[in-house]
Design a binder for this molecule. Sequence first.
Ligand code: ARG
Length: 459
Amino acid sequence: ATKKLWGGRFQEQAAAWVDAFGASISFDQLMAEEDIEGSLAHVKMLQKTGIVPSNDCDQIIAGLEGIQKDLEAGKLTFSVENEDIHMNIESILTDRIGAVAGKLHTARSRNDQVATDFHLYLKKRLPKIIDEITTVQQTLIRLAEENVETIMPGYTHLQHAQPISYGHYLMAYYQMFKRDKERFTFNEVHTDISPLGAAALAGTTFPIDRQMTAKTLGFSQVYANSLDAVSDRDFALEFLSNSSILMMHLSRFCEELSMWVSHEFQYLELSDAYTTGSSIMPQKKNPDMAELIRGKSGRVYGHLMGLLATMKSLPLAYNKDLQEDKEGVFDTVKTLLPALKVFNGMLSTVTVKADNMKAATENDFSNATELADYLATKGVPFREAHGIVGQLVLKGIQTHQNLQDMSLGELKEASPKIEADVYNELKSEVAVERRHSEGGTGFDQVRKQIEQAKKEIES
Ligand code: ARG
C-alpha cells in the first residue's frame, strides 16, 4: 500500500480490504467536477488573501484546470488507495505539479470540502428536476384542455361516487406537482449555502474569505456556524423527502393509469411505445413503464429512511457515517429524471376513450346525490332527501334499473316533489357541468383552473 496523505502519525498500515471498506471513490467520483470547482475557488481565495504565495497558486490553478480538462475527456483514473474523490484529485495534482500541490489544502478540511461538493452537486441538479416537472405540468394542462367536457366516474373508496370531468382529474395532479416544485424550490434555498471555510469543524486561524469562495461557486450565502456547516445534511434529507412525495404522486397516477388501461375499465389506452408484450401471451399489452415508476417510488422512500436512520443520534460534528449520505441521493437523482421523462412521454401519447368513461357514469347510481340535491332545492331537508333517494337506489338495485330509467310515477311515489325536470339533472354531463362552486368540477371552474395554471407556467 502507498503512504496515505494523512499517514504521518501512523506506524501500521491497514490491509487493502480494510481500505476498500472505508473508501467512497466508487461512488463519490460522481462529484469530481464539483470537487475541482471547489478546489479552484479555494485556491483563488488563498491567492487573493496572500495565504499561499501567488506563483504557487498559479501552478495549482493550472494543474487543477488540466485535471478538469482530462476529467471532461474521460481520461482520469481513480484508485481505492486514495479513498475518496478529494484525495484522488489531490494525489493526481501532486503527481502533476509536485509538492506545491500540498499547499492547496491550507485552511481546508475534507469535512468542509465534501459538504461543499455535495451542496454543489445537488444545487446543479435541482433545476433539472424542476424543469422536468414543469414539462409534465404542461402536458397535463394540454390534456386537461382537451378533456374539460370528458365525463368520467369520480371515485371514493374506489366506488363510483359522483361524475367528474377528466380534465378536472388531470388538473388535480397539476396542483400536486405545483406543490412538489415549491418544495424543490425551497430545497434550493437550503442547498444554496456554502460550507467552505468551516474547515474541520472549528473554522481556521488563516485569514480566509468565505464570502469570496461562496461567490465564486455561485452560493448566495455561507453557513453561519462551522459546526453546523460540516454536520448538516438537512438539504439532502429535504431532497429525499421532496423526492419521495413526488414519487408518491407519480405512483398514484401510474396506479390509476394501470387500472384504467385494463380490460375492466378501458378508459385509456397507452401508446405501444410505452408498453411491452408478453413472452408467452400474444395478446398482452402491459403498462410496464407505469408499473416501474410506481415500483421505483419504493427505492426513493428507502433512501429517505436510510439517511434519516444514518443521521439519527449522530453527535456533532463530522462522523464517517456521513459518507453514507451520498449513494441514496445520487440514486434518487438517477431515478427521478428518467421517471419524469418516461411519465411525460407516456402521458402525452395516451388515448382517452371518452365514450367508455362516460358510459361508466350512466350505468350506476352516481347521480344519486343529484336527486337528493334536487329534493333539497325543493325544500326537503337534505337528510330526509338522502333517505328518500336511498330507498329509490335500493328499489333500483332490486328491479335492475338506474334512477334515470324509473318512470315519473315511480319517482313521485318516493316523493311528490319530483317533477319531469328531474331527468335533465340526472344526466352525468349536467351533474358535472353544474358544479360551479370554486375549485369544483364544473366546466367553467376547470377552465378557470387551466387558465390560472397557464399563467403560473409562463411566469
Ligand atoms: N469521503 C468522506 C465522506 O464522504 C469525505 C470526508 C472524510 N473526512 C474524514 N474526516 N474522514 O464523507
